[in-house]
Structure formats: C-alpha cells, structure tokens
Write a protein of this length. Structure first.
Length: 130
C-alpha cells in the first residue's frame, strides 16, 4: 500500500475535511479524493461519510484509524533505518533557525564531533569542514 494513502486518510481525520486536508498536504482536492477512493478500494469498505460540512468516519474508517498512525510511524522509522550509512548505527538530524546556525549550531557540531567521531556531517547542500 502507498504510504501517502494512509497519510491522506489521517490528514482528513485531523481536519475533518477533504478540502482542508488538500490544503495542508499541498495537493489538489481531487488528488485527496482519488487517494481515498483507492484506499477504500484496497480495503473493500468506505472509510468516510462525505457531506457538505466535511467528512466523518464510517465504522470501517474507525477501525482503520486504530492502525493508520502506527503504519505511518513504522514506515518513517523503517525509512530512517535504511538510510543509515554502512558502518553507522543511526542518523542524527539537527536543525535550527538560520540566525542560530552560524554562531551556535556549527560550534556545537564541532564540539560534539570531538567526542562522537563517528558522526557524519550532512548539512543540507553544503557541509562545512569541521
């Protein structure tokens, strides 16, 4: 199953609306509708009751809601683990506001690298030599 189907489902549940879900996912409302139709076909049951006020879950939708967050989280964890370079145990991603990156973040990374030499620097498109 495409993970975007479950993410779309969860976004509709969160917003209560196909239109608001589309806005938050930055896709067209027709894309949201198509994803949910496809998910409903895969599961063989309708998941939402659609009306002018938004969307509410059917009993099958309630059942799927119990599993969808775990499914999405498992996929995210799996993707992170597969990305770990050979010889490493984990990937640490650190982000900050631009105003903090230069004075604080780079100094902190230099300091932490002295103690955790196995860290690999992956700073967006540029990686300063530290």
């Amino acid at each position: 199953m495409d993970i975007e189907l479950a993410r779309t489902f969860l976004e509709i549940v969160s917003t209560g609306s196909f239109i608001r879900a589309a806005e938050r996912l930055n896709v067209a409302q027709t894309t949201v509708s198509a994803r949910i139709r496809h998910l409903e076909q895969l599961l063989g049951r309708p998941l939402f009751i659609r009306n002018k006020g938004g969307a509410s879950l059917t009993p099958a939708g309630e059942q799927f809601l119990r599993h969808a967050p775990t499914f999405v989280q498992l996929w995210q964890r799996t993707r992170q683990q597969v990305k770990v370079p050979a010889g490493r145990r984990a990937v640490l991603t650190v982000g900050s506001e631009v105003t903090l990156a230069q004075p604080l973040l780079l100094s902190w990374v230099r300091w932490i690298r002295r103690f955790l030499w196995m860290l690999r620097c992956a700073y967006m498109s540029t990686c300063p030599r530290i």
